[in-house]
Design a protein around this ligand. Structure first.
Ligand code: GLU
Length: 514
C-alpha cells in the first residue's frame, strides 16, 4: 500500500472558513492515525483573488488548533516548493504534453467571444452552455481552425490558453471513500482551461501535477470539489498517471443551524456567531469577521466541536476527545454523507466542558487578558482562586468578565432593587450591622467557618434566610445570582467583605427611603 501522504490545499483568497479548518483537521487526524505525512500546500495560482495576509492567517489558524504541519511553506520538505506560484515553471510542460497527445488544445477566444457563444446557444433547458464537444467546433481553437489561420494568430502573438479536450459520451467512474462509486457523464463537463494566457496553470492543472509529484495518497476535501473530480480523473488518465491516482474522499457540507443552505460568512455576521477560527479584518469590506479564538473558545474545544461536524466515533457515548484520542478513534469510513448542521450552542457546551477540565492556574492565564482589558492586574494566585470558583458559570472566556467582575471591582449597582424595597427592614438594620462585625472579626475566613457563624447568628437573632442572604449577596456582588456567597466572601477576604457590607447597607437604606 502507498505511504499515506495527505495535503490541505487552501487558496489564500481570504480568511480560512471554519469548514476549511475541519478539512485540515480530518487530513491531520488521518495522517497521524496512519503514521503518514500532513502537508500544507498553498494554491495561489489565481492571482486575481489573492488576498494579502490570508496565507499567514491560514498558518496561524492551523497552529492555534494544534494541527502541526509536517511539510509545507514554512516547514519545507523534500517535495517543495509548497506554494504553487513558486512552482509556476513546472506546469506548462504537462499542459503541452496533453496538447501533443491530442488530449488538449489551444484556444484563442476572447471573453467576449465566449459570452457571445453562450448567448447564441442558450436554451431554457441549458441557460449556461458549456465550452465543450458540442460548441468547440464553432469557436477559435486548434481543433476548429485551419493551420494557416492558427499560424496567422500565432504570428500576431494572439494570447492563447490550453483547454482539456473532453470526449463526449464517456462514463467517468471513480470511488469515493465517503460516497462509494460516483459516476459522471463526460457530456456534463466543460473543456476546462488548464493553462492561462500568462502561462499560469489553473487550479485543475496545478492541483493534479502537484498531487502527483507530491505523491499524495488521499485527497480529502470539501464536497464542493466533487464536480471537479471527473475532470481530475481524466487528467490523471491522459497524463498516464492513473495507476498512482490518489483516493478521493469528499467531506459533507457544513450547513446553517436550520439545515437550509451552507454556513456562510454572511450568515455568521448576520446572527453574530463566529464562522472563522480567528478574527479577520476584511479591508475591502471594512468589516471585522469574528473568530472562535477571540470569542473565547479554547482551541481544544473548537477542535472537539469541529470533528463532530461530519464524523462520529461509532458505538460510544463519548463526546469529549483529546487530540490523541481523536487520532486513535478517527476513521474516514465513519465520515457522513449528509451535511452537518453548525450549532453554536454545541460549541459552547464543548467549551464549557474544557473550561471545567482545565487546571485553575492555566485557566487564570487564559482569562487574564479579559481582566487586564478592564484595567486590573490581579495576582496569579487570586485569579486562579476566582477561576476555580467560577468555572461552572461561563461557557466562553469572554463571559468570564461579565460574571466575575465583582471580584476585581467595587459594586456600584444592584441588579435587584425590587427586593431591597420590599424586604430590607430598617428594624433589622442594627442586627445586620452586628452580623457584619462578626464576619469582619472571623479569624478563619473559610467558606465553612463563615457559613457556620452567619447561620448561628441568624438563629440567635431570629433572622430568616430571606432577610439576610439576598442582602449579603447584593452588597458583596451586586447580584442575587451566582456562586455560593460564602465561597465568594472567602475569596474576597474579610476586610473587603466588611467594606462592601457597610457600603451596601447604606445604599439599601437610601434605596428603601427614596
Ligand atoms: N485550492 C482548493 C481550495 O481552495 C483545494 C481543493 C482541493 O483540495 O483539491 O479548497
Amino acid at each position: 500500500m502507498k505511504k499515506v501522504r495527505v495535503r490541505f490545499a487552501p487558496s489564500p483568497t481570504g480568511p480560512l472558513h471554519i469548514g476549511g479548518v475541519r478539512t485540515a483537521l480530518y487530513n491531520y487526524l488521518f495522517a497521524r492515525k496512519m503514521g503518514g505525512t500532513f502537508i500544507l500546500r498553498i494554491e495561489d495560482t489565481d492571482r486575481t483573488r489573492y488576498v494579502e495576509g490570508a496565507e499567514e492567517y491560514i498558518m496561524n489558524a492551523l497552529k492555534w488548533c494544534g494541527l502541526e504541519v509536517d511539510e509545507g511553506v514554512e516547514k519545507g520538505g523534500d517535495y517543495g516548493p509548497y506554494r504553487q506560484s513558486d512552482r509556476k515553471p513546472m506546469y506548462a510542460q504537462y499542459a503541452e504534453q496533453l496538447v501533443k497527445n491530442g488530449h488538449a488544445y489551444y484556444a484563442y477566444d476572447t471573453p467576449e467571444e465566449i459570452n457571445q457563444m453562450r448567448e447564441n446557444l442558450k436554451t431554457p433547458e441549458d441557460p449556461n452552455p458549456k465550452y465543450n464537444y458540442a460548441s468547440r467546433g464553432k469557436m477559435k481553437n486548434t481543433l476548429s481552425l485551419s493551420e494557416s489561420d492558427i499560424k496567422a494568430l500565432d504570428d500576431k502573438g494572439t494570447p492563447r490558453i490550453i483547454r482539456l479536450k473532453v470526449e463526449p459520451n464517456e462514463e467517468i467512474i471513480f470511488n469515493d471513500i465517503v460516497r462509494g462509486e460516483v459516476k459522471f457523464s463526460s457530456n456534463e463537463l466543460d473543456d476546462k482551461v488548464l493553462l492561462k494566457t500568462d502561462g499560469m496553470p489553473t487550479y485543475h492543472m496545478a492541483n493534479i501535477v502537484d498531487d502527483h509529484f507530491m505523491e499524495i495518497s488521499h485527497v480529502i476535501r470539501g464536497e464542493e470539489w466533487l464536480p471537479s473530480t471527473p475532470t481530475h480523473v481524466l487528467l490523471y488518465r491522459y497524463l498516464g498517471w492513473e495507476d498512482t491516482m490518489p483516493q478521493f474522499c469528499h467531506l459533507p457540507l457544513i450547513l446553517k443551524p436550520d439545515g437550509k443552505g451552507k454556513l456562510s460568512k454572511r450568515y455568521g455576521a448576520k446572527v453574530g456567531i463566529p464562522v472563522f477560527p480567528l478574527d479577520w479584518m476584511d479591508k475591502k469590506e471594512d468589516a471585522l469577521f469574528m473568530g472562535f479564538r477571540e470569542q473565547g473558545f479554547l482551541p481544544q474545544a473548537t477542535v472537539n466541536f469541529l470533528v463532530f461536524l461530519g464524523w462520529n466515533p461509532g458505538d460510544t457515548e463519548q463526546e469529549i476527545f483529546g487530540m490523541q484520542e481523536l487520532i486513535d478513534a478517527f476513521d474516514l469510513k465513519r465520515v457522513n454523507k449528509s451535511g452537518a448542521r453548525f450549532d453554536i450552542q454545541k460549541a459552547k457546551w464543548f467549551n464549557q466542558q474544557y473550561i471545567m477540565q482545565t487546571d485553575a492556574a492555566e485557566l487564570a492565564a487564559l482569562v487574564r487578558p479579559y481582566v487586564e482589558k478592564h484595567g486590573h492586574q490581579p495576582t496569579d494566585e487570586y485569579l486562579a482562586k476566582v477561576c476555580d470558583l467560577m468555572r461552572e458559570r461561563f461557557e466562553t472566556l469572554n463571559e468570564f468578565w461579565d460574571n466575575s467582575r465583582y471580584f476585581f471591582e467595587e459594586v456600584t449597582e444592584y441588579d435587584n432593587e425590587k427586593i431591597i424595597r420590599k424586604k430590607w427592614k430598617p428594624e433589622n438594620r442594627e442586627k445586620m450591622h452586628d452580623l457584619k462585625s462578626i464576619i469582619n472579626r472571623l479569624r478563619n475566613f473559610t467558606p465553612e467557618n463563615i457559613e457556620e457563624h452567619v447561620k448561628k447568628f441568624m438563629e440567635e437573632n431570629e433572622l430568616g434566610a430571606g432577610q439576610v442572604f439576598p442582602f449579603l449577596r447584593l452588597a458583596v456582588t451586586g447580584t442575587t445570582k451566582g456562586a455560593s456567597i460564602f465561597d465568594v466572601m472567602s475569596v474576597l477576604d474579610e476586610e473587603e467583605v466588611a467594606k462592601r457590607l457597610e457600603r451596601g447597607f447604606e445604599d439599601f437604606d437610601k434605596i428603601k427611603n427614596a
